[in-house]
Ligand binder design. Structure first.
Ligand code: AMP
Length: 188
C-alpha cells in the first residue's frame, strides 16, 4: 500500500493534481480541507468549531485533522493507496501521521511537494475564489494569514521529511499538464 503526501502552499494545485492522480492511478484522495468543508455544510459540532478558524485563515487543531485521517484510513482499507492533500500542515501532524501509519504496520511512501511563490499563491487563490465560492479565498487579509501560517507552521514540515529522505519537490512553473507530468513521475 502506498501513502503519498501532496505538499505545498494554498493554491499550489494539490487538489487538481490529486484528482488527476485518482483518474490515472486509482489512488484514494483525502483532502482535510474538503472533509472540514463537508462538516461545516452538515452543521456538525466539529464543523461549527472549524468554521470560525477556517474563515479567519487559521489552522484547525491537530487532534481534529489527525482523527479525520485515522478514520479515513480505517474506512477505505481496500484501496490501492492514499493521496493526502493539505495534511500534514504542522510538524506535530507529521509526527502523528508516522504514528498512525506505524500502528497499521505501514509507512509513508514519499512526499511530493509543489513549489510556487507567494505572489503566485495570491494570484491563484484569487482566481479560484470565483470558481469554488470559498470565503477564505476571497479576502486579501485572510489570504495573508494563510500564507503566514504556511511559512510559520507548515514549511517546517519540509525539514522533517528531508531528514527521512522522503521529500521530493516539483517547481510548478509550467502549464497544468506540464506540472502534472512532473508530479506523476515522482509518484511513479
Ligand atoms: P484547504 O482546502 O486545504 O486549503 O484547507 C482549507 C482550510 O481548512 C485551511 O485554511 C485550514 O483552516 C483548514 N485545514 C485544512 N487542512 C488542515 C490541516 N491539516 N490542519 C489544520 N487545518 C487544516
Amino acid at each position: 500500500m502506498n501513502y503519498y503526501v501532496l505538499f505545498g502552499p494554498p493554491g499550489a494545485g494539490k487538489g487538481t493534481f490529486a484528482k488527476l492522480l485518482v483518474e490515472h492511478k486509482g489512488y484514494y484522495h483525502i483532502s482535510t480541507g474538503d472533509l472540514l468543508r463537508k462538516e461545516i455544510a452538515a452543521g456538525t459540532p466539529l464543523g461549527l468549531e472549524a468554521k470560525s478558524l477556517i474563515e479567519k485563515g487559521n489552522l484547525v487543531p491537530d487532534e481534529v485533522v489527525c482523527g479525520m485521517i485515522r478514520s479515513e484510513f480505517g474506512a477505505n482499507a481496500g484501496v490501492r493507496g492514499f493521496l493526502l492533500d493539505g495534511f500534514p500542515r504542522t510538524v506535530a501532524q507529521a509526527e502523528a501521521l508516522d504514528k498512525i501509519l506505524a500502528d497499521m504496520g505501514a509507512e509513508l511512501t514519499r512526499v511530493v511537494s509543489i513549489y510556487i511563490t507567494d505572489d503566485e499563491v495570491r494570484r491563484r487563490i484569487k482566481g479560484r475564489a470565483a470558481v469554488e465560492n470559498r470565503a477564505d479565498d476571497a479576502d486579501d487579509e485572510i489570504i495573508t494569514t494563510r500564507i503566514r501560517n504556511y511559512h510559520e507552521k507548515t514549511e517546517p514540515v519540509i525539514n522533517y521529511y528531508k531528514a527521512q529522505g522522503k521529500y521530493f519537490e516539483v517547481v510548478a512553473d509550467g502549464t497544468i499538464e506540464q506540472n502534472y507530468k512532473k508530479v506523476e513521475v515522482l509518484i511513479d
